[in-house]
Design a protein around this ligand. Structure first.
Ligand code: 3IX
Length: 187
């Protein structure tokens, strides 16, 4: 599998540092596993069935409704359209909405690793304003796994899948047991 560099993704404007801080950069020796764990099929089914998710669910009326468009190795591509409900400044996407979209994309890339992860830390760079009506093309990939920690990077482009980067992100996801989710639901 091709592991992407933890440095600036292709297409980033020169002169800006890469998206990852020391806390979202894998330590030396961290590896990117093949996304083929024994329970991968079950996890894929959950991924497809979870309609209530604000990021990707069909039942979330004001949600982002991110659609996955492809999985290659740990790289997951997706897209969503910025609606009026997603505005911050008039006519422009709210930064938190874009961060949520990146969380969704990064989370999907973590999910295909075959274990259960939650976001521990999410870092975002907002590179260009995103007008309402834009389709944002998302792409995320794993840069390394070290024990319970999975390191991810991603980007959102506008104008097309190869258009300019509007937002990019780096994250640390932490592996959790299944009980994590039942505990959270019970409060
Ligand atoms: C996620 C979706 C769940 C839905 C499940 C159902 C169906 C799934 C369907 C589809 C899913 C598909 C795609 C996913 C799409 C979107 C993803 C959205 C993701 C989210 O929206 S998810 C919600 C937001 N998220 C949380 O709600 C986490 C709240 N939080 C906690 O639950 C704990 O905080 C936890 C578990 C993170 C850790 O707690 P813990 O007690 O288990 O472990 P501990 O604290 O020891 O950390 C272990 C090691 O990680 C290091 N570490 C931890 N946090 C760090 C940080 N921020 N920076 C740097 N290092 C950090 C420590 O320093 C230590 O490092 P060391 O081992 O070296 O000492």
């Amino acid at each position: 599998m091709t592991a992407r560099s933890t440095g600036s993704p292709s297409g980033s404007p020169s002169g800006r540092p890469g998206p990852a801080s020391s806390r979202t950069t894998p330590p030396p020796g961290a590896t990117v596993p093949e996304p083929s764990g024994p329970d991968r099929r079950d996890l894929d089914l959950k991924l497809a069935d979870y309609d209530g998710c604000f990021g990707c669910g069909d039942q979330s009326s004001d949600g982002l409704r991110v659609k996955q468009t492809g999985i290659t190795g740990t790289e997951v591509t997706g897209e969503f359209t910025v609606l009026e409900a997603h505005q911050g400044a008039p006519g422009l996407a709210h930064g938190g909405v874009l961060a949520t979209a990146m969380d969704e994309s990064l989370g999907s890339s973590a999910w295909v690793l075959g274990k259960r992860y939650v976001t521990g830390r999410l870092e975002t760079d907002f590179m260009a304003p995103v007008p309402v009506g834009s389709t944002v093309y998302l792409r995320s990939w794993c840069t390394g796994v070290d024990g319970r920690k999975a390191y991810l990077q991603g980007e959102g482009r506008i104008g097309g899948p190869d258009g300019p980067i509007a937002v990019r992100a780096a994250a640390l996801f932490i592996e959790v047991p299944e009980e994590h989710f039942s505990r959270e639901r019970e409060g």
